[in-house]
Design a protein around this ligand. Structure first.
Ligand code: ADP
Ligand code: GLC
Length: 483
């Protein structure tokens, strides 16, 4: 089946979070099932320079379709057989800063125009690629708000191709002042509560939820959670109305994340030969300048530093559990105040806390492999990939029981026989519950046999993409056979 896959980030070209990982690994898994996938993404400044074989396949889009001159480039995603279609529109995408924000961390003010263009190009390709480029998609798969206008445009243009929208995070909705509706040439007749409008604004995500043929989220539990008032981000009513077209498919993890072959690690290991992991702990402690202590519980966190990820729970309780038995390393970037408080801890307790601000792929692998315990105290978590990476590396996750975290981590119950579990879960996003789980983890760490058993259970879990790819395949086939 030919699948046009729309995304605003992809590993290793451009990444702010898990969407980039999924945008590489899901198409790869679909390719392994003999599907032909074309991945459409914008040509941000850093993208083209990383691609050796890039060439132009379309010199221009029809006059007036996009807000600025644009071409379509084609290339292969490095180290994969995957074909990229790159929307090259310098006026919108060639600038320093991130994919969504400038260097100061402010959203680009023309984001609706930028991602409106991506959506428009996607819809146009869904309809025209067959005749113009000799490759007709049977289905279009959109991801998050940045691509969520495509299903609307496809409907408006009577495009017969079905669409799927995957919600990776309902909290990011792409809501913009109403005047953007006209700027993006969307018909004003669609600007109402049952279509594009959300509390007086134009909402990319709502539009996609209304108009996509199928909606998925990245874990079954999150698919249920977003239909509740508490976690529906204002869209729960709509999601309940669309419940028959909504399902949750748990993400998988990429084969790049494997402690036996990881290219970023100097030493490798398996569940049967764990010595390598102990060496990586030492390597990490040395590299980041913490005392080399095999006996200390080395706690790692690699995360966007935002409210979603519960980093404030860590900061609010650190004083209580930062004993001599514990070391902490945090890698991340995000809210300025959180970064400031973390940096403060790093200088206040240099023997125990190390904070690395910024985005660092190599260091993220070193921490996930070298730490004993991995923190994800998220308030909500659509899926979460890092906890699955951690388990695969025998690093036990400590997480809040929400979304994909609850769907992937089997909680350890103290005293249970036989010893079962792959990590530690706590219920409420409050300091007591979080602290309680940490105390349990620390007690468990002192029982070496129990800990090792949990490590082996965690490493035995299979989080590869095969199963999820089959679920997507079934969903696509059902859509295509629908009358
Ligand atoms: P989210 O997409 O909500 O940020 P996920 O757990 O799905 O959460 O994915 C996060 C991904 O981004 C993981 O691959 C994680 O290792 C990576 N990541 C997050 N922050 C950093 C960072 N500062 N440096 C390197 N990798 C990071
Ligand atoms: C989002 C979610 C995260 C999920 C990722 C990939 O960024 O916050 O939970 O794992 O998308 O689907």
């Amino acid at each position: 089946m030919n699948i046009l896959f729309l995304t605003s980030e992809i590993h290793p070209l451009i990444k702010t979070g898990g969407l980039a990982d999924v945008s590489r690994s899901l198409p790869l898994a679909l390719h392994a099932l003999d599907h032909e996938v074309r991945i459409l993404l914008p040509n941000y400044t850093s993208v083209q320079s990383q691609l050796p074989d890039v060439h132009c396949i379309l010199e221009n889009f029809p006059e007036g379709l996009l807000p600025a001159p644009a071409r379509l480039l084609e290339a292969t995603l490095p180290d994969t057989p995957l074909t990229l279609w790159i929307l090259d529109c310098p006026e919108l995408f060639e600038r320093s800063g991130g994919p969504y924000q400038d260097e100061e961390g402010n959203d680009w003010s023309d984001n609706p125009a930028r991602f409106g263009a991506l959506c428009t190009a996607g819809a146009w390709l869904a309809q025209q690629a067959g005749s113009r480029l000799n490759w007709a998609p049977a289905l279009v798969h959109c991801n998050d708000w940045q691509t969520a206008l495509t299903p609307v445009l496809m409907k408006l243009w009577d495009c017969p191709v079905p669409s799927v929208l995957t919600i990776h995070n309902l909290a990011f909705q792409g809501n913009f002042p109403a005047h953007w509706c006209a700027s993006l040439h969307l018909p004003s007749s669609e600007f109402h509560m049952e279509s594009l409008e959300f509390h007086g604004q134009l909402s990319f995500l709502k539009a996609g939820i209304v108009h996509a043929d199928q909606i998925t989220t990245v874990s079954p539990r999150y698919a249920r959670e977003i239909q509740t008032l508490e976690m529906g981000c204002g869209m729960d009513g709509l999601l309940r109305r669309r419940a028959s077209a909504l399902s949750g498919i748990l993400n998988g993890i990429d084969e790049l994340w494997d402690p036996e072959t990881d290219v970023f690690l100097p030493v490798h290991y398996t569940a049967r030969k764990l010595q390598g992991k102990a060496r990586l702990k030492k390597h990490l402690q040395m590299k980041i300048g913490l005392p080399v202590r095999p006996d200390a519980l080395l706690i790692g966190m690699v995360s966007r530093l935002t409210w979603q990820k519960g980093i404030d729970l860590v900061l609010d309780t650190l004083e209580d559990w930062l004993t001599d038995e514990v070391q902490v390393v945090v890698l991340g970037s995000g809210e300025t105040e959180v970064e400031r408080q973390l940096a403060h801890w790093s200088s206040r307790a240099p023997e125990r806390v190390r904070v690395i601000l910024g985005f660092n792929e190599v260091r993220s692998h070193e921490i996930i492999a070298g730490a004993d315990l991995f923190l994800m105290p998220s308030r909500f978590e659509p899926c979460g990939l890092a906890q699955m990476y951690a388990m695969t590396y025998g690093t036990l996750p400590l997480a809040r029981a929400t979304g994909g975290l609850a769907d992937t981590i089997i909680p350890y119950q103290a005293g249970s026989q036989p010893v079962e579990g792959t990590g530690f879960l706590f219920e409420n996003a409050d300091p007591q519950d979080f602290h309680g789980a940490l105390t349990q983890a620390l007690a468990c760490f002192h029982q070496k046999e129990v800990w090792q058993r949990l490590m082996r259970h965690a490493m035995a879990r299979d989080f590869r993409w095969n199963k999820a790819a089959l679920e997507y395949q079934t969903l696509y086939q059902t859509l295509l056979s629908a009358p």
